[in-house]
Design a protein around this ligand. Structure first.
Ligand code: PLP
Length: 423
């Protein structure tokens, strides 16, 4: 049986291993549900980005929101990465993980003054600004500190990345970025503000993109803008082409990162922009297929119309199926020869009909088995909540046969630690 995505995840005999670690054994030792990530798989996903960019000035800024565990950030920091952040909380995580804040780009459509101040004080490399109003406020905050904030304007190239509407960000009518037609005026305004130092341009057109074409379309529009902006006397040092490269959840065939970047660089060079520093902000493509969510089967509930396989992980642990109707592979961590294959809806214990992890999955399964939800390294734990007063899962990192607990399981008392009864 072939599993999507990661060569680091494979059956050895009947047992599923991530690196050299048997996954069903981890649940016995650390409980369920349990997120497990492979450091090797993350670094292997980073390698094609590094390889494609090695001969030019570049910075790969891992988009923290995909998976923000400190050990994950530490892994990318040690590999030389910068970070794409969207909140002061994520900035604090970079610092706690030992990351270099001068390699941080600060994105997001709604930064507060307090966040701007923290970013400037931490010396972030650049603010990716998403509106004229934000430019004005950022200039004010920087001037108040006697500083200049380095900025790049996030432009909305109005290209269709062909993804789910909730994860597409590069179309008109979308809350992100500044419309292509307004970009030049916005740059002129930015250059005139005393607290700002214009250093770059950026775009990010969506997520789970599986084609090269939308990237090339967006790049062409960005290059048109760079030429117009520089003709108006404002220098653009770097171009940040965002993140968004897709991964294989089931049968998607996204381009390899080095193939995508190779084509982008070719276009950049052909249009005479080869001297500019290039930034990328990959999230999902660096971590998605490096992780699994392990969950124990509580009960089998066969029915007239549907068979339900009730597991102890739920939408609060992994929201993608409930939120986007996303498909995630689900396999038994120990393949059974002693149970018949049947079609199951894999559902969690939360009191919502939307609480399912997989529909119509063919599995040979018994109560007590450990299932692995695949491709769960991105937008899994970072979107987890405490709905139904459920503590969030523990997280482990593996590398070879080494195992580290990188986040402990939340206890019930953690969950209402900040609450008070009234008199
Ligand atoms: C979410 C996000 C990313 C990362 O997107 P992926 O699809 O995970 O690669 C990069 N840049 C910005 C501005 C984002 O909001």
């Amino acid at each position: 049986m072939t599993l999507p995505g990661s060569p680091f995840l494979a059956y050895r005999g009947p047992d599923l291993f991530l690196d050299d670690v048997r996954l069903s054994g981890l649940v016995r030792e650390h409980g369920s549900p349990l997120y497990v990530y492979s450091r090797r798989a993350m670094l292997a996903a980073l390698a094609p980005y590094q390889k494609a960019l090695k001969d030019r000035a570049h910075l790969i800024c891992y988009a923290i929101k995909a998976n923000s565990n400190l050990a994950v950030l530490q892994t990318f920091a040690q590999a030389g990465c910068g970070f794409d952040i969207v909140s002061a909380g994520e900035l604090a995580r970079v610092q706690a993980a030992g990351g270099d804040t001068s390699k941080v780009v600060f994105s997001g459509v709604g930064k507060t003054r307090a966040e701007m101040k923290l970013g400037i004080e931490a010396g972030v490399r650049c603010f990716n600004v998403e509106s004229t109003a934000e430019l004005e406020v950022l200039s004010e905050v920087a001037s108040g500190l006697g500083r200049q904030a380095r900025v790049s304007v996030r432009v909305n190239p109005d290209v269709d990345a062909g993804t789910h509407p909730y994860i597409s960000t590069g179309l008109k009518g979308n809350k992100f970025g500044i419309a292509h037609e307004e970009a030049l005026a916005t740059y002129k305004r930015a250059a005139s503000l005393p607290g700002l130092d214009v250093v770059g341009i950026d775009c990010h057109i969506g997520s789970q993109i599986t084609e090269v074409a939308p990237y090339l379309d967006a790049l062409d529009r960005v290059l048109d803008l760079v030429e117009a902006i520089e003709a108006a006397g404002v220098t653009i040092h770097h171009m940040d082409l965002g993140g968004g490269l897709g991964i294989t959840y089931t049968d998607e065939t996204p381009p390899a990162a080095d193939v995508l970047i190779g084509q982008l660089l070719q276009r950049i060079d052909a249009r005479g922009h080869g001297h500019r520093e290039i930034l990328f902000e990959p999230g999902r493509s660096l971590v998605g297929n490096a992780g699994v969510l392990l969950t124990e089967v509580l009960f089998l509930k066969p029915g007239e119309q549907k068979n339900f396989c009730v597991v102890d992980a739920a939408m609060n642990d992994l929201m993608r199926p409930a939120l986007y109707e996303a498909y995630m592979g689900i396999v038994n961590a120990h393949q059974r020869a002693d149970a018949a294959q049947q079609v199951w809806d894999v559902v969690g214990p939360v009191c919502e009909s939307g609480d399912w992890l997989g529909r119509d999955r063919t599995l040979a399964v018994q109560a007590g088995d450990v299932l692995a939800v695949l491709s769960a390294g991105a937008y899994g734990m970072t979107m987890a909540s405490n709905y139904n007063t459920r503590g969030r899962a523990a997280e482990l990192m593996v590398d070879g046969d080494q195992v580290w607990v990188i986040r402990e399981r939340e206890t019930v008392s953690d969950l209402f630690r900040l609450e008070h009864r009234i008199a």
